[in-house]
Design a protein. Structure first.
Length: 446
C-alpha cells in the first residue's frame, strides 16, 4: 500500500505491523498521517550503542573466562558432558570478524556449526567477506560474544555451549552510529524466529543515550518495558516462545542514566548484569529502574569489561540446560535459571537474583524442587546485626541495603571484625541482602 503511494519501505516488521521508510521533508510526514491505514508515524531513533568497552575486547583474557565458568558452578555440568548439543542459538550483534581464525571458535567452523549468517548493512555479503573483512572498529565484538557462549581450546572451555549450532546477524555498524538502525535489529529477530525457528537468542546491544543528536536520546522513563520498538519486538519474540538473553547495559556510572538500556527493560527477556569476584555489582553495570514492578536485571555473573560479555555466558548455560530438558518452554527455562541463583527469591535492582548455579539448576530440572539457601534474620534491634563467620568465607561481606522489596539504596562492603560481620542500618532500610562468599543472609529490619 505504501509503495503504490510513492513510499518505498526499507524494512517491514510483521510482528509490529510496521514499516520503515526514508523521507526527505516534513510534507511527507503530513501526507503519511492522512492515510487511514496508518495508526502512527514516529521518527526512527537510529543510534545504537554497543553494550561494552569495545577497545578492551581484544584483550579479554583467559583468566576472566575461566573464572566465570567456575563462578556458575558448572563442574557437574561438564562432568556429565553437557555442551548444548544441537541447540540452535541466534546471536544478534556487531561484526564477527576473524571468528573463523579464533582458536577458541575454530571447532564451530570445522564442525559446520555456523549454520547461517546475515549482514543488515552489506547486502548479499559473501561468507568470506563476512568473516574476513573488517569494516569498522567494532567488527570483533560479535566474535568475542560468540566466544563467551561457545569458546573452547584443547582441554579448556571458555563458553559452555560449544556443541550448539549458531545463526549470526550483524545489525550494528559500530563506527557510524547514525547508520545503525533499530529496525535492523527487529528484522534480524524476526528472521531468526519466523524463518529459522530459533528459540534461544543472545544480543549484547543496548540503546539509551549518548548519541550525536540529543533529540535521539531516550528519556529514562521510557525504559518501562512498553515504549521502545526493540523492547516491543523483544516482547513479541517472548510471546512466540523465545528465550532472549540481553546485556543490561554499561551506564551504571553515568549519573545521567544509570539504568538498563532497551531492550533489557522488556519484562519477558532475561537481562544480565555484571559483578566482580566478590559479588559486588560491577560499577559500570546498569541497574533496574525504580518505577517498574519487576526485577531488572534478573541475574548477574562476572565480567571485567562489560555486560556484553556476561550475557553470552548465561546464554551458554541456557543452551546446556535446554539440552538436559528439551521439553521446557522458554519461560520455564528462564525460571529455572532465576531460581537457581544465589539470592533467590530476594532479588534487587543491582544484581537481580544473583549468580545462577548450574548444579542447582540441574537439581531443579531433576526433582522439580526449588530450595532457597537464604538465611532469614528478623532483626530485634533497629540499628545493627552481628553475623558469625564460618571457615572458608571471605574476609568481607557484600551488603545490598534496600528501601523496599528490591530497590537498593546503597551497596557496601563490610569487613570481618573479630570473626563477625557487623551489619548496620543507616537509612531506614526495610531489608538488607548480605553475601559472605558462601552464605546468603536476608535481614528484615524491625
Amino acid at each position: 500500500m505504501l509503495k503504490s503511494r510513492g513510499f518505498e519501505p526499507q524494512t517491514i516488521s510483521h510482528w509490529l505491523n510496521a514499516a520503515t521508510i526514508k523521507i526527505d521533508k516534513q510534507d511527507d510526514v503530513d501526507h503519511l498521517k492522512e492515510f487511514d491505514f496508518i495508526k502512527e508515524v514516529r521518527p526512527v531513533q537510529n543510534d545504537w550503542k554497543l553494550g561494552t568497552c569495545d577497545w578492551l575486547a581484544p584483550i579479554y583474557g583467559e583468566q576472566q573466562s575461566a573464572y566465570v565458568i567456575k563462578q556458575l558452578n558448572t563442574k557437574k555440568l561438564m562432568e556429565e558432558g553437557v555442551h548444548g548439543e544441537n541447540i540452535k542459538i541466534g546471536v544478534i550483534d556487531a561484526g564477527f570478524w576473524n571468528a573463523h581464525k579464533n582458536e577458541y571458535l575454530k571447532s564451530l567452523f570445522n564442525n559446520q556449526q555456523i549454520k547461517a549468517y546475515k549482514d543488515y548493512f552489506v547486502e548479499n555479503r559473501s561468507e568470506k567477506s563476512f568473516f574476513n573483512e573488517k569494516i569498522t572498529g567494532s567488527d570483533s565484538h560479535g566474535t568475542t560474544v560468540l566466544r563467551m557462549i561457545a569458546g573452547q581450546h584443547e582441554n579448556m572451555r571458555y563458553g559452555l555451549a560449544h556443541k550448539s549450532n549458531f545463526y549470526l546477524a550483524r545489525t550494528d555498524h559500530g563506527d557510524k552510529e547514525n547508520r545503525t538502525d533499530e529496525e535492523n535489529w527487529i528484522a534480524a529477530l524476526e528472521w531468526m524466529v519466523d524463518s529459522l525457528d530459533i528459540k534461544l537468542i543472545n544480543s549484547s546491544l543496548g540503546y539509551s543515550i549518548g548519541f550525536d543528536s540529543s533529540k535521539d536520546n531516550y528519556k529514562k522513563h521510557e525504559m518501562d518495558g512498553n515504549t521502545s520498538m526493540v523492547t516491543l519486538a523483544a516482547e513479541a519474540a517472548v510471546k512466540k516462545g523465545v528465550l532472549l538473553v540481553v546485556s543490561a547495559g554499561n551506564e551504571g556510572e553515568n549519573d545521567r542514566w544509570r539504568i538498563v538500556s532497551a531492550p533489557a527493560d522488556a519484562k519477558g527477556v532475561l537481562s544480565v548484569g555484571a559483578n566482580n569476584k566478590n559479588g559486588q555489582k560491577a560499577s559500570y553495570s546498569s541497574i533496574g529502574p525504580t518505577y517498574i514492578d519487576y526485577v531488572k536485571p534478573e541475574v548477574t555473573c562476572y565480567s571485567l569489561f562489560g555486560t556484553s560479555f556476561s550475557a553470552p555466558v548465561i546464554t551458554g548455560l541456557a543452551a546446556c540446560l535446554w539440552e538436559i530438558a528439551p521439553s521446557l518452554t522458554a519461560q520455564e527455562l528462564k525460571d529455572v535459571i532465576i531460581k537457581s541463583s544465589s539470592f533467590y527469591p530476594y532479588g534487587n535492582n543491582y544484581t537481580g537474583f544473583g549468580v545462577p548455579d548450574a548444579h542447582k539448576a540441574m537439581k531443579i530440572l531433576s526433582t522439580g524442587e526449588v530450595q532457597s539457601d537464604a538465611i532469614v534474620i528478623h532483626s530485634k534491634e533497629n540499628k545493627k546485626i552481628k553475623i558469625d563467620a564460618i571457615e572458608e568465607e571471605h574476609s568481607m561481606a557484600i551488603v545490598f541495603h534496600k528501601k523496599d522489596d528490591f530497590v537498593v539504596i546503597r551497596q557496601e562492603v563490610v569487613y570481618l571484625e573479630k570473626e563477625k560481620f557487623r551489619i548496620r542500618r543507616v537509612n531506614n532500610e526495610t531489608s538488607s541482602t548480605v553475601w559472605t562468599g558462601k552464605r546468603h543472609f536476608e535481614i528484615i529490619w524491625k
